[in-house]
Design a protein around this ligand. Structure first.
Ligand code: PEP
Length: 252
């Protein structure tokens, strides 16, 4: 059985004082072994703070991005080894904000995925279509292309140590989540695409749903057979909401 996983994506939010309260609350509520796996992906400057509050607990932390390069003259970039130095276990790659605001292409996302794995991190690979693409009936083509770019470069075996996240762009930060049925349909498509290359591996791959997950809709989304948890933006900044979502995942 796949373990449920809930990852918070704080984006560019936080301060030392606010983070301290949030991390301590998450540590107290989500620190029980055996529940859903709980991860917070914090801005780079706060990784040391996450490590200091969460170290020694079952709550993991990670980066929201990672360079495709291992080291070198890449001003402003952060490598996988640097994330590992701060105890990260995860790195988000290919978030739609990175794709749309910073021009990350499929090939670059694939390179980041591989760089994360070279450093010993578990990549959380995000794929998802825009509203326009959905309305054109191109959802499967878009998420398939985004997934294949990584499968073709890294190989299917790389997904034994990775997490996939379906994040429809039209649902991110809009308050309009995909319905459980819409999410399930795409998750099934993604799992089938991996299964074409390795059926057993596809069966054990965690596929998260992201896009306006809140305490009020988490349980019904996580009840879908191919939804293995969530990637949570806005609600991960509110301790009681994030904790409620983690507990919905644990009980799914
Ligand atoms: C995200 O940024 O990955 C996300 C899912 O955001 P939100 O939960 O705010 O829609």
């Amino acid at each position: 059985m796949r373990r449920k996983l809930v990852a918070g994506n704080w984006k560019m939010h936080g301060s030392l004082a606010a983070n301290q309260r949030l991390l301590e609350a998450v540590r107290e509520a989500c620190g029980e072994p055996g529940g859903a796996e709980c991860v917070v992906c914090v801005p780079f400057p706060y990784l040391a703070q996450a490590a200091s509050v969460l170290g020694g607990t079952p709550v993991a932390w990670g980066g929201q991005n990672v360079s495709e390069h291992d080291s070198g003259a890449y001003t402003g970039e952060v490598s996988g080894a640097m994330l590992r130095d701060f105890g990260c276990r995860y790195a988000i790659v290919g978030h739609s904000e990175r794709r749309s605001l910073y021009g990350e292409r499929d090939s670059q996302v694939a390179a980041k995925f591989q760089a994360a794995q070279r450093a010993g991190l578990t990549p959380i690979l995000c794929v998802g279509e825009t509203l326009e693409e959905r309305n054109q009936g191109a959802t499967e083509e878009v998420v398939g292309r985004q997934l294949d770019a990584v499968l073709n470069n890294a190989g299917v075996q790389a997904f034994a140590a990775a997490v996939l996240a379906y994040e429809p762009v039209w649902a991110i930060g809009t308050g309009h989540n995909a319905t459980p049925a819409q999410a399930q349909t795409v998750h099934e498509i993604l799992r089938a695409r991996v299964a074409k290359r390795d059926e057993a591996l596809a069966g054990s791959l965690s596929i998260l749903y992201g896009g306006s997950v809140k305490p009020a809709n988490a349980a019904e989304l996580f009840a879908m057979p191919d939804v293995d948890g969530g990637l949570i933006g806005g609600a991960s900044l509110v301790a009681e909401d994030f904790i409620a979502i983690c507990s919905a995942a644990a009980n799914a």
